[in-house]
Every structure is written in structure tokens, then in C-alpha cells.
Design a protein around this ligand. Structure first.
Ligand code: IMP
Ligand code: MG
Length: 178
């Protein structure tokens, strides 16, 4: 939808590009250590995690298959509806596979909890999750995120895949909008 309000061109920096990139490498090393000797099936949760996922899989030196799932939990604004909709499912079964779900951000945790519960039923050999950002204060479930890029305050952030009304995904850093 076309918006008549001009978006902010350079939101203030919360995490700069160099820190973003350095942290991706560190997460990749942890994943390699935990999954050494295995083939990994990475599930990229669209749309928000596409940039993190693209950087992460290129940094992981293990055999990697990449799948995509579309989930929608936000409806254009800055608050979570708590309701999760699967908008795109995978074609390949994951039974017996070592699976890593890749998310952009964990806010209430409802989205990731929902998808992990659903994937568990498909009987993967192991199931882990990575989220680039985590707002611990907002977390509403006892979800354990295996790999976290950064814990951030409860603010609305954009960039590195994260959007506000579909804008800002292309910023190479994490910026704040509120
Ligand atoms: P949760 O289900 O409340 O954990 O929300 C997770 C989803 O909400 C993420 O995958 C994002 O799409 C979106 N989200 C949560 N916080 C933010 C934010 O600060 N900026 C942009 N999107 C967000
Ligand atoms: Mg998302």
C-alpha cells in the first residue's frame, strides 16, 4: 500500500553494521561447534529473517540445506496481535533432519514458540533456533532461544531484514524508530 507519510531516511543506529557482521560470524562458529559432522536444514522464517539467514548460512562451514516458511504475526503496525498465520510452508519433510529455525527477532516469543511446536510434530533429529534479536522484557513464554545475536531493550527496531510497514528491511544496521 502506498503511504503518504515520508519514511525516516536514516533511523538512529542501535547496532552498527560492523557489530552486526561480527556477531553473525560468532553465531556461525557456535552452530558449527554444536552440529559438527552433521548436515543442517536451515529454515528461514520470511520475511524478516531473510538477510540474517543469508549472511548466517554463508558463514556456516557445514553442509546446509535451506528452506523457507512464511509466517505472519504482525499486521502492519508496531504491536503484536498474538495470532500466527502460516502463509508459506516447506515442500520437503524434515523427519530425521538436524533443523535450525532462523528468526529475525523474538518479541513476545509467540511466533517462534508456535513454529517450534509445529515443527516438533514432524520429528526432526534435532531442533534448534536462532534469533538475531531478543527483547527479553517482552517475552511471554518460557521459550529457550539457542542462539541470540543481541538482547535489546523493548523498543521498535528496523533494518537488517526488519521492517515497519514493509520499509527499512534494506538498512545494513539495526536502527530504532520510536
Ligand atoms: P513475537 O511473536 O511477538 O515474538 O513477534 C515476532 C515477530 O514480530 C518478528 O518476527 C517480527 O516480524 C515482528 N517484530 C517484533 N518486534 C519487532 C520490531 O521491533 N521491529 C520489527 N518487527 C518486529
Ligand atoms: Mg518476522
Amino acid at each position: 500500500m502506498r503511504s503518504s507519510i515520508m519514511p525516516m531516511s536514516n533511523p538512529p543506529v542501535l547496532i552498527d553494521t560492523a557489530r552486526v557482521q561480527a556477531r553473525v560470524q560468532e553465531i556461525a562458529r557456535s552452530i558449527e561447534a554444536d552440529l559438527a559432522g552433521h548436515e543442517l536444514t536451515v529454515i528461514c522464517i520470511l520475511k524478516g529473517s531473510f538477510i540474517f539467514c543469508a549472511d548466517l548460512i554463508r558463514a556456516i562451514h557445514l553442509p546446509v540445506k535451506c528452506e523457507f516458511m512464511g509466517l505472519s504475526s504482525y499486521h502492519g503496525g508496531k504491536t503484536s496481535s498474538g495470532e500466527v498465520k502460516v502463509t508459506l510452508d516447506m515442500k520437503e519433510p524434515i523427519e530425521g533432519c538436524h533443523v535450525l529455525v532462523v528468526e529475525d527477532i523474538v518479541d513476545t516469543g509467540l511466533t517462534l514458540q508456535y513454529i517450534l511446536n509445529a515443527l516438533k510434530l514432524r520429528q526432526p533429529a534435532s531442533l534448534r533456533c536462532a534469533s538475531f534479536l531478543l527483547k527479553r522484557e517482552a517475552l511471554q513464554s518460557d521459550l529457550k532461544v539457542d542462539y541470540v545475536g543481541f538482547e535489546i531493550p523493548n523498543r521498535f527496531v528496523v533494518g537488517y531484514g526488519l521492517d515497519y510497514q514493509e520499509l527499512y528491511r534494506n538498512l545494513p544496521y539495526i536502527g530504532v524508530l520510536d
